[in-house]
Design a binder for this molecule. Structure first.
Ligand SMILES: Nc1ncnc2c1ncn2[C@@H]1O[C@H](COP(=O)(O)OP(=O)(O)OP(=O)(O)O)[C@@H](O)[C@H]1O
Ligand SMILES: [Mg+2]
Length: 335
């Protein structure tokens, strides 16, 4: 394997967000430093020629018998070179059982940004909450990651992704409120009371679901839809064409699923403490980034009947690093 250690110097206490789309590591005091890698890879048949070209372009790769693998951030450029779709170690928030190279690749990607621990430091990593799509595999997913991180020398502890969002964003509220991460593979929700998770769950809809659904109805590729979504989508404006109107429809569908799931979970929770004041909701994750997302969420929440009072709904400071920052805060408090 080629060496390319862009990892955070030193290997101290770390927070790691292991996401379906991206892996993000955070460290250091506020403002935390964060680095990320795409959780994706591309394989091409081995030839000496291709290997030489990869070396000349300083691309990080891995050779496994007859194939060469390019992974992490480079995979996107490489995939468009070869006009193929990148493969992904995870789907819907957990390791993808259908992807035979998944574990090896996720380990290689993690090792690009997580250096070896010096002295068994605490590293907190995110895991999804239970839900349709992430249930039995969750135990396996959590254990495989723990193995990889323990192998790097860390005292590795799993943290629910929604709770990590609460840690990152609700310090001033004594970690009381609802953290929601709208990611690539899924959405994660956690209701926290004084930093204690009272209830958490996931829904198997996220950016990938939006991309695939819009691609199917608009007869386009998922990658093209993703680029339009990331670069142009404005949910506060009337859709200008068929692709945008399908994006609006699937965004509304995702928000509806989230709000219904949250209302039902709150209504059926038996252990919720009596709240004497309204609590905030923080939205994070790449899928929460388009302009107008928060307003759409707010409107849907007002229309639904929530069993608890909401004081405000706000967007995380940096939606793409909130989970990793929250994991770092969890790791600090465990150390
Ligand atoms: N500006 C943007 N507008 C809309 N969507 C975006 C934007 N930036 C990123 N995304 C989408 O956000 C998703 C990735 O978000 P994020 O990095 O939070 O997910 P993840 O943590 O890797 O996944 P998960 O938490 O579901 O396992 C992708 O679907 C991506 O297309
Ligand atoms: Mg995530």
């Amino acid at each position: 394997m080629e060496e390319n250690n862009q990892a955070t110097e030193g290997g101290g206490i770390l927070g790691l967000d292991v996401g379906t789309s991206r892996i993000v590591v955070a460290t250091g005091p506020e403002p935390h430093q964060a680095q990320s890698q795409l959780n994706a890879f591309v394989s091409v048949p081995y030839s000496k020629m291709t290997e030489t070209i990869l070396q000349q372009n300083k691309m990080v790769f891995h050779r496994n018998g007859k194939d060469l693998f390019v992974y992490g951030n480079e995979s996107e450029r490489f995939a468009s070179f070869f006009n193929t779709e990148p493969r992904r170690p995870m789907s819907h928030g957990v390791l993808n059982a259908q992807e035979l190279m998944g574990q090896q690749m996720i380990q290689a990607i993690i090792e690009q940004i997580v250096p070896k621990a010096r002295n068994r430091e605490v590293l907190c990593y995110s895991i999804p909450g239970k839900g349709e799509g992430a249930d039995s595999n969750l135990v396996y997913h959590e254990a495989v990651l723990k193995n990889i991180l323990t192998g790097l020398g860390y005292n590795a502890k799993a943290v629910n992704e929604g709770l990590a969002v609460v840690f990152a964003e609700l310090q001033a509220e004594n970690f009381t409120g609802i953290g929601i991460s709208c990611g690539g593979g899924m959405c994660n929700v956690c209701v926290s009371f004084l930093s204690v998770p009272m209830l958490s769950f996931s829904v198997p809809k996220g950016g990938d679901y939006i991309d695939a659904s819009v691609a199917a109805v608009a007869n386009e590729s998922g990658t093209r839809i993703r680029l339009i979504k990331e670069e142009e989508l404005d949910l506060s404006r009337q859709p200008k064409d068929k692709v945008h109107s399908a994006l609006h429809i699937y965004y509304e569908d995702l928000i509806h699923t989230l709000i219904t799931g949250l209302s039902e979970a709150l209504a059926s929770a038996s252990n919720l403490p009596k709240l004497d004041r309204p609590i905030p909701i923080v939205l994070s994750g790449g899928t929460a980034k388009p302009r107008g997302f928060m307003q759409k969420f707010e409107a849907a929440a007002k229309a639904g009947d929530f069993p608890v009072q909401i004081s405000e709904i706000r967007l995380a400071k940096d939606p793409l690093t909130a989970t990793a920052r929250g994991c770092y805060i969890a790791a600090m408090s465990e150390s």
